[in-house]
Design a protein around this ligand. Structure first.
Ligand code: HAX
Length: 434
């Protein structure tokens, strides 16, 4: 048995009595109140989900299993000579809550290598799709078409047991996750690199494999590790994580859940925002003749965007109330590797100029930059210039968190999700106006 599975099994055994006790003895204790503005307003702030994988503090940003991103980067084992840790180690951390030893990580690295090749039918399906299909559509389709491989679905058909179901979810996750970089790179090379594909290099870890299959040299392998790790999880109420959880709650297997979560990630207010950011900044660069504008000219451009009724992409957040630490991780990387790049200089200037303007406008609750304000800049610098592909990379990262969450969902026997809806008439009655 993999050390990961052994450790996870111990953790699940330790955890189950906590959930059982809460349900049995404290099931009627009130957690929160529901206000009309939350019912109409996308359930913002409503405490109605539970996850131990990550927690988003509005002022501090994301913690994975209690650790900040800098702590995660410092503590997880790294490949020799690399700046960022093994992505496989993050999977271990999110699942078990413990920092793995190098040996425990290398076991997953080797396991993933055995499972990352694509079945031919996945390639056939991708090749049969219209060439102008969005890469997110291709990505989601490739995951969905592999549903026939699901060990969880087979287990369900052949006699389901609630308490061992997580083992089949883990098996599906171990089969699906390492294939995601392979699928993504295949889509990329098929669509944008003359359909010329690169044979895999068996020495590469998850991040290195992606960079290699994309055909982009070092340090893009480290960009990939950093990018996948910072995008992995953002607690469970965001659209992608929540969709994955919701779909899996119907006992749909990980292939269905990940395909669905990718569809949610593809929305412009969520994972697609990184492509919107770059489109917007490059529109500005074009206007200023590919030179850095004066602060006043940039301020005017920002105001013009707002006055046209548009949002400033890459700024604001539904939960965060400070600069996103995922933005800061990327900024640190950019200051080290691309500080003289014109696009980065624009991002750097916007970092200073936009927040005071959003504060002055007084609408956005959070005027600070989010993860998406930066990511496109780094990818562009290393030659990934097809904006529409950026969300695919986000999706690889987010799958690590969603898969960890849905394995735990089954381990703790969470039920099918089914909130109650009411009518506008009823809301008016509750408000006392009817
Ligand atoms: N520029 C201009 N106006 C903004 C704004 C921004 N960046 N962010 C919020 N606002 C506006 C909202 O549109 C809203 O206006 P209306 O009342 O007219 O509808 C008002 O401020 C209040 O919004 P909020 O409560 O602060 O923000 P929400 O929780 O409703 O929305 C969003 C959060 C991230 C969707 C929002 O800030 C936004 O649209 N930002 C730009 C797009 C973006 O960067 N998205 C990526 C977010 C990170 C992520 O999830 N990545 O996957």
């Amino acid at each position: 048995m993999l050390q990961l599975k052994q450790k996870l099994s111990e953790k699940i055994d330790q955890h189950r009595p906590r959930t059982t006790r809460l349900l049995k003895e404290f099931g009627e204790v009130k957690v929160d109140e529901v206000k009309i503005r939350q019912v109409i307003g996308g359930m913002r702030g409503l405490k109605c989900l539970v996850t131990d994988i990550s927690y988003l503090d509005p002022y501090e940003g994301i913690r994975y299993r209690g650790m900040t991103l800098p702590e995660v980067f410092e503590k997880l084992p790294k490949p020799e000579g690399k700046q960022y840790p093994y992505v496989e180690g993050l999977f271990y951390l999110l699942l078990t809550g413990e920092i793995p030893t190098k040996d425990q990580v290398l076991e997953i690295v080797e396991e993933f290598k055995k499972r990352r090749q694509l079945p031919q039918y996945v390639i056939d399906v991708l090749r049969a799709m219209p060439t102008d299909s969005h890469p997110m559509v291709m990505f989601s389709t490739a995951v969905l078409v592999m549903q026939r491989e699901s060990k969880f679905a087979k287990f369900y058909r052949e006699g389901y047991n609630k308490w061992t179901a997580w083992e089949y979810m883990l098996e599906d996750a171990m089969n699906l996750l390492p294939k995601l970089p392979t699928i993504a790179a295949y889509i990329y090379r098929m669509k944008y690199r003359s359909d010329i594909h690169i044979p895999e290099d068996p020495s590469q870890d998850f991040g290195g494999h992606f960079a290699h299959m994309m055909g982009i040299p070092e340090p893009f392998d480290d960009v990939a590790r950093m990018y996948f790790i910072i995008h992995a999880d953002h607690e469970s109420g965001n659209v992608s994580a929540h969709t994955g959880h919701l779909v899996a709650s119907a006992l749909s297997d990980p292939y269905y859940a990940i395909s669905a979560m990718l569809d949610g990630l593809a929305g412009p207010l969520h994972g697609l925002a990184n492509q919107e950011v770059l489109r917007w900044i490059q529109g500005m660069m074009k206007k200023f003749g590919d030179k850095l504008p004066s602060e006043d000219d940039m301020k005017q451009y920002v105001w013009d965007t707002l006055n046209a009724g548009q949002v400033i992409p890459g700024f604001g957040h539904a939960v965060l109330r400070k600069t996103d630490p995922r933005y800061m991780v990327q900024r640190e990387f950019a200051l080290k590797h691309l500080k003289d790049d014109l696009l980065f200089k624009y991002v750097d200037m916007l970092f200073k100029i936009v927040p005071p303007i959003l504060k002055e406008q007084g609408k956005a609750k959070n005027p600070w930059p989010n993860v998406d304000a930066h990511s496109g800049t780094i990818l562009w610098y290393y030659g990934v210039r097809e904006y529409e592909f950026y969300t695919v990379m986000f999706g690889i990262g987010r799958s690590i968190g969603v898969l960890s969450n849905i394995i735990w969902d089954r381990a703790l026997g969470y039920p099918i999700e089914r909130p109650k809806s009411i009518t506008t008439d009823m809301l008016e009655e509750i408000a006392g106006i009817k």
